[in-house]
Design a protein around this ligand. Structure first.
Ligand code: FE2
Length: 382
């Protein structure tokens, strides 16, 4: 007699299981899926019985698939931080700062970024390059006309136009991070993933990625939704001299293709053709002269000249080194009026998807582009 069939439950749908990972090819991981289908304008404009309307409705993302943008133009970057007074007398006049940790981050109160002179703006670039990430409290940025906020950021370089973002109507240079009130996709995400951590430097696949970068909160949960930053200059210095020497001269491919493919796969837009570019694995900061690791699992794909297994092995070590280095991390908490400024050249960051009350999270990023990454000669052990 033939044995009884052991499995009486419905069979797992292998095709569906396969599709789950196909949409997140390589190491690219989407914890914060955004698109027209996830922006609930009814809830955002009118509110619900539980949640108020969006505080800044003119900053809601719009997704127009009919508008296409051309490739970004190369330009000569001017590094204003090189002109800065290292005592920060213009930037910090009348204000105070305190360090967030021993290795990265500061918090500044008592100054208004929007009122800075050009000398103060130069010092801002240098201060942020030294601290890596700085939270400026009680700012009026969100209340400025959007064009004024963009003009402020464009002092540092031309705005990046994100290939796959929604933007406030008429302002494609503003990148939005937005989760509608009552959005419960967080629960869906954790059905398939154990954490929401996605370490990255913003849009490192561009040939001239951003430098001094601004993110300000418009609306957010009372607790949670923090942003975690890592100091990649300390991460580099923590490696042995022999290991640093091996990294010297290596280059890696950074790709925006997976991000664009994922956007299309969930029915969202791609408004500029995705690109990939090759950057040094270790880059030198133009103001401080510090070297920093420049790899991230979201966008770095392959070390040039290495075989795939060799490349995967070394990149995984570097990703783990950065992710595990809690002694060179800072967790930045958002408060109403907070503007966080970081130097995208020497940091990695990740959002944290941990609030469960369905509260709206809405932030705007201003993303001036900077120089093409470069590495100066190896100087030996320091
Ligand atoms: Fe980011």
């Amino acid at each position: 007699m033939a044995p009884a069939l052991l499995v009486s439950e419905p069979q797992t749908n292998a095709e569906q299981e396969w599709q789950k990972d196909k949409l997140q090819s390589g190491d690219f991981k989407e914890a914060f899926q955004q698109g027209a289908s996830t922006t609930d304008y009814e809830v955002e404009l009118k509110g619900t019985g539980r949640f108020a309307p969006a505080k800044y409705p003119h900053y809601l993302p719009y997704w127009d698939a009919t508008i296409k943008y051309p490739p970004l133009e190369p330009f000569e970057h001017t590094e204003h931080g090189l002109d800065a007074d290292p005592s920060f007398s213009n930037l910090l006049s009348g204000g105070q700062f305190k360090d967030l940790t021993g290795n990265i981050g500061a918090e500044v109160t008592g100054i208004q970024l929007s009122k800075l002179s050009n000398a103060g703006k130069d010092e801002l670039a240098r201060f942020v390059a030294e601290k890596k990430v700085v939270a400026f409290r009680a700012q009026d940025f969100a209340d400025l006309p959007i064009q004024e906020a963009l003009d402020f950021a464009e002092y540092y370089g031309p705005s990046h136009i994100h290939p796959a973002s929604g933007a406030p109507k008429g302002f494609p240079g503003v990148h939005l991070v937005h989760r509608s009130a009552s959005d419960t996709t967080v629960y869906d995400f954790f059905q398939e993933r154990t954490n929401s951590v996605t370490w990255h430097s913003d849009v490192s696949y561009e040939i001239q990625p951003p430098g001094t970068t601004f993110l300000y909160v418009l609306d957010g949960p009372l607790a949670g939704g923090d942003t975690l930053f890592a100091n990649l200059a300390v991460a580099y210095q923590r490696l042995s001299p022999a290991f640093r020497e091996r990294l010297h001269g290596l280059q890696a491919v950074h790709s925006g293709h997976e991000q664009a493919e994922a956007a299309l796969a969930r029915g969202s837009i791609v408004r500029r053709a995705p690109v990939s570019n090759v950057h040094p694995l270790v880059r030198t900061h133009p103001i401080t002269g510090e070297k920093a690791l420049y790899v991230n699992p979201q966008f770095t794909r392959r070390i040039v000249g290495f075989k795939k297994e060799e490349s995967d092995y070394l990149l995984k070590f570097l990703y783990d080194h950065i992710a595990l280095g809690a002694d060179f991390h800072a967790r930045v908490k958002w408060e109403p009026g907070t503007v966080v400024v970081w130097d995208n050249r020497v940091t990695s960051h990740t959002a944290i998807l941990d609030w469960k009350d369905g509260y709206r999270r809405h932030l705007a990023r201003l993303t001036p582009r900077a120089e093409k990454p470069y590495e100066t000669p190896f100087e030996g052990a320091k």
